[in-house]
Design a binder for this molecule. Sequence first.
Ligand SMILES: [Zn+2]
Length: 334
Amino acid sequence: MNFQEILGHAREIGILKSSISSKRVAHALLFAGPEGIGKRLVARAFAKALNCASGQDDACGVCRDCLAFDSGTHPNLLEVWPTDKDGERDPLGLIRIDQVREIQGTLRFKAESGMKVVIVEGADRLMPAAANAFLKTLEEPPPDSVIILVTLKPSDLLPTVLSRCQRISFGPLPEDAVRAFLIENKGISPAEAGAVARLSEGSISRASVYIEEGAHQKRREVIERLSTLGPADSDEALKFAEELSKRDDLDDMLEFLKSWYRDRIVAFEGAPHLIANTDMQRNMKDSGVEDFNRLCSSFWAIEEAKKSIAPPRYGNKQLTLEVLLLKLSGAHLM
Ligand SMILES: [Zn+2]
């Protein structure tokens, strides 16, 4: 992938491109920002541009170096990421000392041409011993090399590591960009794409998971079902609670229900442009006149239910959801 093909991040890419054209590329960079917005793609595109035979500020995509990058075989690129005990990729795993040694080994020899680039994904997962060993490399990076640390949590990095890197902060993608991407690449309707784009908070990967796992359809179902429950439907509310309590994706479902109340609150407050479930607004009209205090207490009741069934409390799921659903339906007032 070239810079040109990357969605959004014009400012961040602009900084990198001008560093290439002015030949002032930093030897250590920190790419910080939320999950799933394309930090690693930008890092790879940067590595490719630095090694492209065209000598321009973006990769040409056709030279031998570009082709080697596209097939993942270019000798100047090394990518490392956190792994579990068995060496499998794991975002919650660790970057270990032998991986740092591999980086040092790669950088020991000068590149035949272009620049050696090491991309360290999940840099906040460097084990302390590995981080200390890595500091030496960051202190004296070999010429013609670039180390890019990628992280969601720059605050978890050692201050000594942070201070040696030029930091580039990535913001979430604009909602319009995510929406356009979803319409074009995922084949969903503009109204649905708008809702998913907003719920995914500027993250393409989160939006894709929503769609691929059908979560976005489940969101509609769970909200629709809730919005048909009235104070006289306590049996139905209890049945719904029992079904929900058996779901593996209960946490997501409760998040969707929260988003539904948040939407109704912002609509009540006269800020309909902040509604996330834009495709569900019809159901909102069916809910009739809203009671602001009840909407807020319902929102917090869902949050409280989420907490009480999660560790360390592990409350009884079915019981907690029964109390919650009776409250949300209004049956507890009868
Ligand atoms: Zn090229």
